[in-house]
Write a new protein. Structure first.
Length: 176
């Protein structure tokens, strides 16, 4: 069976719809990171006004992925990004790639990642990079399957976040 999927760039008028989707997806995966179930983080990062500002940033692009006409995930890329301590400054960052839990395993994450690779190649980028929570073992396995390798570590400093979950890996996929 072929899935009816489509990837579409977001406009500022999509901020409300993106906010609603973010607030559905985030609790499915990341509440364990926080002392207060991530309420502060979700209010701060996924409100429509904040997302509208991010969509308006000319260095960032957001895309919905639709399944049977419904948005079930999204991708955020940063066009001119550099990974600290990485020898090649010409990268494209995959800042967010999120899908609803109920559609995982259908190839949609791969479709979004393949789309990000296409965008990077169109822009003549040498690599893609991203950050992933070191506790997100399924995500790490997915990125490795997509050709990413661990390149470094960083730690988040949010007071509301549980100390043991603040670690992140940077991961890189070379395109040359």
């Amino acid at each position: 069976m072929t899935l009816n999927t489509q990837i579409k760039i977001l406009q500022t008028t999509d901020a409300e719809q993106l906010s609603a989707l973010c607030l559905r997806i985030y609790p499915q995966f990341f509440l364990y990171l926080w002392h207060e179930q991530g309420e502060w983080y979700q209010r701060e990062k996924y409100n429509a006004a904040q997302l509208r500002r991010e969509i308006e940033n000319p260095n960032s692009k957001f895309y919905f992925i639709f399944l049977e006409g419904e948005p079930v995930g999204y991708l955020k890329i940063n066009l001119n990004a550099a990974l600290p301590d990485y020898p090649h400054p010409n990268g494209l960052e995959v800042e967010r790639i999120y899908l609803l839990k109920e559609v995982q395993g259908k190839g949609l994450g791969k479709a979004l990642m393949d789309f990000a690779v296409e965008q990077a190649k169109l822009l003549r980028k040498t690599h893609l990079f991203l950050y992933v929570m070191d506790s997100s073992t399924d995500s790490i396995k997915f990125y490795q399957k997509m050709g990413f390798e661990k390149a470094g570590r960083k730690y988040l400093t949010f007071e509301q976040m549980k100390e043991e979950y603040r670690g992140m890996y940077s991961m890189v996929k070379n395109l040359e």
